[in-house]
Design a protein around this ligand. Structure first.
Ligand SMILES: Cc1ncc(COP(=O)(O)O)c(C=O)c1O
Length: 400
């Protein structure tokens, strides 16, 4: 396979490489399909590529239904409406996730309850079960929070950085307690379980609904885009209805509900279809680069590359460097500055959501691991287009 040098690398001198964190790789039929949309004048939020993208994502993930959205956030927003989360309900969410997973809870007027994470940065299943068993009661078919007396009607497990959330027992508890599961699989397209109850299943196909994102930094992109996955035809039909302005009569423009303009354009979908053609190749590259990084980083005292779960095949979307500052003699912030000085883009994990201004007042449950991991983790360059020279540059900075 020919690996072309990323533009950034060609534009800079070899001394000062600019290495981005996660950028798209466009090396397939992207232009061809987009040109076709333009030539056929199908540029807006309908067209053959939207249908094709949905069908192909459904086929790839093994989902019965897939409904395309303008981005991952809108997919999650609609998902919460579909399962029937109501204003004043509560929804269990991980404290460590991109804020979009939490904002959508507020979009529907509900409130988040923050859960700690496990060693894979994912919502801690055991602690969540402990919370449900000890801190809630089950009454008239619903789960109520003992502290607030509010109904808890859902949970959003987020497959952080592509690592599938351990769901085996949590899934059962949620079913017993009538808690709707909305999987945020924005980062985990291509990740599957290899053991346990959900063996061979793709993330996003286990809960009541799953949502994907095709933002520019994801493993494949449609520029901006999202997808609602469901096994339930009613959810899929309603998702299509709500995302197209709840149009009941397309000729007379009759709308019996308040809908949303959440469909992607044909151009976005064309880009997505071309990207999806390369996904298997991208998954292999991501894994191979993870292994190179891991072999070298784990040799450096005080550093390690975060492991991935053994119960799953990950898509290795984002690589997490963990720093033991006492051994390495430098902390996350120090290393961040070193990278930036060398024009290498790295990123600390998101500020925890219980510390974000709009959510400081919300309930949190035993947040410990998330604090620890966020204090010592940097995401390091992981684009599919990463070449060995760039990986070596990252390693050199770490070794200095
Ligand atoms: C975990 C998670 N959830 C939701 C989103 C929202 O997706 P989008 O940016 O496509 O709206 C993202 C990423 O962008 C994400 O990483």
């Amino acid at each position: 396979m020919i690996i072309t040098k990323p533009k950034q690398l060609m534009m800079n001198s070899s001394k000062k490489l600019k290495i981005p964190l996660s950028v798209p790789t466009i090396r397939g039929n992207e232009l061809k399909y987009i040109k076709e949309c333009l030539e056929e004048e199908w540029v807006s939020s309908a067209g053959k590529y939207v249908d094709k993208f949905e069908k192909e994502i459904a086929g790839f993930t093994g989902s019965n239904f897939a409904v395309a959205c303008v981005n991952g956030t809108s997919a999650l927003h609609i998902a919460l409406l579909l399962v029937g989360i109501k204003p004043d309900d509560e929804v269990i969410v991980p404290v460590l996730t991109f804020i979009a997973s939490v904002n959508v809870v507020r979009y529907v007027g509900a409130n988040p309850i923050f859960m700690d994470c496990d060693e894979f940065y994912n919502i801690d299943s055991n602690k969540t079960i402990e919370f449900i068993k000890n801190e809630t009661i089950f009454k008239n078919g619903f789960t109520y929070n003992k502290k607030t007396n509010k109904r808890i009607y859902g949970i959003i497990p987020v497959h952080i950085f592509g690592n599938p959330v351990y769901l085996d027992e949590l899934f059962e508890v949620c079913k017993e307690r009538n808690l709707k599961i909305i999987e945020d699989a924005a980062e985990s397209l291509g990740s599957t379980y290899i053991s346990g109850k959900f063996k061979k299943k793709h993330t996003g196909t286990i809960g009541d609904i799953g949502c994907l994102s095709f933002n520019g930094n994801k493993i494949i992109t449609s520029g901006g885009g999202g997808m609602i996955l469901s096994q339930n035809e009613e959810y899929a039909k309603r998702a299509r209805y709500l995302t197209t302005q709840a149009k009941d009569d397309g000729i007379r423009y009759i709308h019996n509900e308040i809908g949303y303009n959440f469909r992607p354009t044909n151009i976005q979908a064309a880009l997505g279809v071309a990207q999806l053609e390369r996904l298997s190749e991208y998954l292999e590259i991501k894994k191979k680069n993870y292994e190179i990084y891991k072999r070298e980083i784990d040799k450096i005292p005080g550093l390690r590359l975060a492991p991935v779960p053994t119960y799953a095949n990950c898509n290795y979307w984002m690589y997490c460097l963990q720093i033991d500052k006492d051994v390495y003699k430098k902390d996350k912030e120090g290393l961040l500055i070193d990278f930036l000085k060398n024009q290498v883009e790295v990123r600390p994990v998101w500020q925890l959501n219980n510390k974000q201004q709009p959510y400081k007042h919300c309930q949190s449950y035993k947040i410990e691991k998330a604090d620890e991991l966020s204090s010592k983790t940097l995401n390091i360059p992981c684009s599919v287009s990463l070449i060995r020279e760039q990986i070596d540059k990252v390693l050199d900075i770490l070794k200095q």
